[in-house]
Design a protein around this ligand. Structure first.
Ligand code: DQA
Length: 150
């Protein structure tokens, strides 16, 4: 089965973008550590990044169909700034019925007030923030754990 790791706007700039906040590892490094985490749990990785809200919505709808078909266990979503703005992503997650972990590299609650509200959290299974890029591996492990048949 597959895990979709979906990254939103500006995450293609990881490594050079505000390294004091997001660290010096690139999105390629994040893909490699996500791949390793999936492998450790016997899962396949579908790793994507888009700067476009509609492309992300299409990916979430696709993930919902894949989960319903039994080929995907869920999604790890770092929606970037769309976290704080996108009713459309909220609706897509809710409408698709997909199991989703909201992830942030930084601890958004320790930052500016406009990062404290999330449109994703009410429709997420769980939220992970502040673990740096290692959070991706932790979130994949957590998703594997909570979706494991009893
Ligand atoms: C982020 C936090 C968001 O507030 C910000 O807009 C991002 C990245 C994070 O991973 O910490 O783009 O989601």
């Amino acid at each position: 089965k597959t895990v979709l790791v979906l990254n939103g706007p500006n995450l293609n700039l990881l490594g050079t973008r505000e390294p004091a906040v997001y660290g010096s590892q690139t999105l390629g490094d994040v893909e490699a550590l996500s791949e390793a985490a999936c492998k450790a749990h016997g899962l396949k990785l579908d790793f994507r990044q888009s700067n476009h809200e509609g492309v992300m919505i299409d990916a979430i709808q696709e993930a919902g169909r894949a989960q319903a078909a039994g080929t995907l266990i869920g999604v790890v979503l770092n929606a970037g700034a769309y976290t704080h703005t996108s009713v459309a992503l909220h609706d897509a997650i809710k409408g698709s019925g997909v199991t989703l972990i909201e992830l942030h590299i930084s601890n958004v609650h320790a930052r500016e007030a406009f990062r404290h509200h999330s449109y994703i959290s009410p429709v997420a299974k769980a939220v992970m923030a502040g673990f740096g890029v290692k959070g991706y591996a932790l979130a994949i492990g957590a998703l594997a754990e909570i979706t494991k048949p009893a």
